[in-house]
Design a protein around this ligand. Structure first.
Ligand SMILES: Cc1cc2nc3c(=O)[nH]c(=O)nc-3n(C[C@H](O)[C@H](O)[C@H](O)COP(=O)(O)OP(=O)(O)OC[C@H]3O[C@@H](n4cnc5c(N)ncnc54)[C@H](O)[C@@H]3O)c2cc1C
Ligand SMILES: *[C@@H]1O[C@H](CO)[C@@H](O)[C@H](O)[C@H]1NC(C)=O
Ligand SMILES: *[C@@H]1O[C@H](CO)[C@@H](O)[C@H](O)[C@H]1NC(C)=O
Ligand SMILES: *[C@@H]1O[C@H](CO)[C@@H](O)[C@H](O)[C@H]1NC(C)=O
Ligand SMILES: *[C@@H]1O[C@H](CO)[C@@H](O)[C@H](O)[C@H]1NC(C)=O
Ligand SMILES: *[C@@H]1O[C@H](CO)[C@@H](O)[C@H](O)[C@H]1NC(C)=O
Ligand SMILES: *[C@@H]1O[C@H](CO)[C@@H](O)[C@H](O)[C@H]1NC(C)=O
Length: 534
């Protein structure tokens, strides 16, 4: 490390160029020096040349676009990386970190590419993408009920691998099958077993990372502070996750799912009123999500709201019906609505595949369809009254597009302390909201209109959601809540407090210790403390 940096610095001064860390050097010189550094660090057993895609490589665009999951960040004007390193061996990750640091290039780390604001593959500074999609092995140890999963593995691949080994094990993580373990877990990772088993990060027991010096560390060598930080604090501020060790959880051989849709005319409002009373304190085996969308009523020209209730129950339909008949009778759930299946089949059901679809779709890396999109989040701690819901429906009908997902909390989520991991949204939350808007053309005017609509709906919810701070979920990345491009610590950094509450201060201290020069950074990374504060 040290000699390389010194060699680099002297080379730069010979060429009469200013210090490489200033980022002011011309991209092509930086690129050339970076490539030379990579080749100097290449091991003969694992040549790095085969995994580097420079912008003149015929496959550069296809590799870049393969893991773009929001078309807003795939336009001709989107800033592009100088090159992509699609690491196949841990030595490639180490070399990339060492060389990017020594030439002063920013890196963006990408696993599944689902970051809602594209932070894993877009930057306004000269940058490279460190792509993890080739590192996707999954090794399950059933005797230990655990697995090592590399960061480029998708959730679909993980669910597939677990179910191939056991009918009674699963893992609590997200619904979308193409999410990458690298980004998804490090941002918390929630899914429909959250009320029973907590978040993905609550079930992670070890990890290997590459730190800012290019060293590979595991839980023991990184220490408990850093291991705490990467489980919910966003590893992109701290290092590169190579592999996670996850603890598998028990699932019954048969679970029950349902999806039931009700319009306002069919009593949706009363169901939602009651749902808020029970969703977070009902049995932990039950998870009922509500999806709220504006739509057409049954009569010509009439507008309504449809509330779709989607559920996973870790038990059979008899027990489910008894439970809902008691707690949410307004829904009128019937035996014919309930479908019993294996846990892995329920994953396909939740991903909207027809019953009977082959499990092979879990292995597909091609997303079901791409759109331009915007997401925001909120947390609700007091039930919203019937009168307020009715006013909200009017706003949603007026906006006439997009919608909200309401995901219940409680259960295991309330038992885990708010400081156990950086993810702070634990006891006291009834549900989390995702604001969701998709659109199909990338015209600036269309995009601005949809961004505005998303913000309007978010604005309308202000009286009903958490305050000081108005909390937000890191995995629902939202650039509207503030950025920190220069990486300087500011008192009460707004996005940091919203994502992490009091845990933000601990994250800043850990960041300052492990990456004092703020190499691992993005618009919403954890800033370092200025020297005088240390
Ligand atoms: C369709 C869709 C559905 C979703 N559903 C859910 C859901 O059910 N539950 C949920 O919790 N979230 C959900 N999300 C949000 C999702 O969890 C986050 O976008 C998550 O960050 C995606 O991880 P990724 O690896 O795919 O993304 P990436 O864009 O690759 O990474 C996201 C962030 O993590 C960093 N990162 C990625 N890999 C690494 C690594 N190896 N080391 C260090 N840093 C890394 C990136 O730099 C970036 O900052 C969904 C998103 C989409 C688009
Ligand atoms: C690569 O190695 C060569 C030979 O040892 C050295 O001259 C050169 O400065 C190195 N370049 C970089 C960027 O590390
Ligand atoms: C591009 O990808 C194709 C198909 O994967 C491959 O055959 C070809 O060699 C690649 N080209 C380069 C320049 O890497
Ligand atoms: C990388 O290469 C080395 C040998 O060159 C090998 O031992 C190791 O298993 C490879 N894989 C990873 C993931 O680093
Ligand atoms: C609602 O009806 C209008 C026409 O009245 C139609 O254009 C639109 O596609 C319908 N929307 C939905 C969601 O069915
Ligand atoms: C629901 O409860 C009512 C009485 O409270 C009872 O009549 C009905 O049979 C129950 N239905 C189911 C499916 O348990
Ligand atoms: C949306 O646009 C309208 C009109 O252009 C403007 O008045 C309003 O303030 C905007 N709302 C938000 C939340 O940006």
């Amino acid at each position: 490390m040290k000699p390389l940096v010194l060699a680099m610095l002297s080379m730069y001064s010979i060429l009469g160029v200013i210090s490489p860390v200033s980022c002011a050097t011309s991209p092509s010189l930086v690129e050339t020096t970076f490539l030379q550094c990579l080749s100097n660090h290449s091991q003969s057993s694992n040549p790095i040349s085969g995994v580097v895609y420079t912008s003149n490589n015929a496959n550069f665009s296809s590799v870049l676009n393969s893991y773009v999951r929001n078309l807003r960040f795939s336009t001709p004007t989107t800033p592009k990386p100088l090159l992509i390193v699609a690491a196949k061996n841990y030595s490639h990750v180490q070399a990339t970190v060492v060389c990017a640091k020594s030439v002063g290039l920013e890196i963006r780390i990408r696993s599944g590419g689902h970051d809602y604001e594209g932070l894993s593959y877009v930057s306004n500074k000269p940058f490279i993408v460190l792509d993890m999609f080739n590192l996707r092995s999954i090794n399950i140890d059933l005797a230990d009920e655990s697995a090592w999963v590399q960061s480029g593995a998708t959730l679909g691949e993980i669910y597939y691998a677990i179910s191939a080994k056991s009918k009674v094990h699963g893992f609590p993580a997200g619904v979308c099958l193409t999410l990458g373990a690298g980004g998804h877990f490090t941002g918390g990772g929630y899914g429909n077993m959250m009320r029973k088993y907590g978040l993905s990060v609550d079930n992670i027991v070890d990890a290997q990372i590459v730190n800012v010096n290019g060293e590979i560390l595991d839980r023991k060598s990184m220490g408990e502070d850093l291991f705490w930080a990467i489980r919910g604090g966003g590893a992109a501020s701290f290092g590169v996750i190579l592999v996670w060790k996850i603890k598998l959880v028990k699932v019954p051989e048969k679970v029950t799912v349902f999806q039931v849709k009700r319009t306002l005319e069919q009593g949706a409002t009363d169901i939602v009123v009651q749902w808020q009373k029970v969703a977070d304190n009902i049995e932990n085996d039950l998870f009922v999500r509500v999806m709220l969308l504006p739509g057409n009523g049954s009569r010509e020209g009439e507008k309504t709201i449809t509330a779709t209730f989607v559920s996973l129950f870790l038990g059979d339909s008899v027990r489910l019906l008894r439970l809902l008949n008691q707690s949410l009778p307004q829904l009128g759930l019937q035996q014919k609505d309930c479908i019993e299946m294996s846990w892995v089949e329920s994953i396909l059901f939740w991903a909207s595949y027809p019953i009977g679809t082959s499990l092979d779709v879990l292995l597909s890396r091609v997303p079901k369809g791409l759109t331009f999109l915007k997401r925001k989040s909120d947390y609700v701690q007091e039930p919203i009254s019937k009168t307020d819901l009715e006013a909200l429906w009017k706003v949603m009908i007026e906006i006439g597009d997009g919608g909200m997902l309401w995901n219940p909390y409680g259960g295991k989520m309330s038992e885990i302390s708010a400081t156990e991991t950086p993810f702070p949204h634990r006891a006291g939350n009834i549900f989390k909201i995702q604001y969701s808007f998709n659109w199909k053309d990338g015209e600036l005017e269309t995009t601005n209109r949809y961004l505005n609509l998303t913000r309007q709906l978010h604005e309308a919810m202000t009286p009903h959601v958490s305050k000081s701070p108005r909390e937000a979920f890191l995995n629902y990345r939202d650039i509207d809540i503030g950025t920190n491009t220069e990486g300087e610590y500011k008192e009460g950094e707004v996005y940091g407090i919203k994502y992490f509450k009091h845990n933000f201060e601990r994250l800043v201290r850990i960041k300052t210790k492990v990456d004092p020069d703020n190499f691992f950074r993005n618009e919403q990374s954890i800033p370092t403390l200025p020297p005088q504060v240390l």
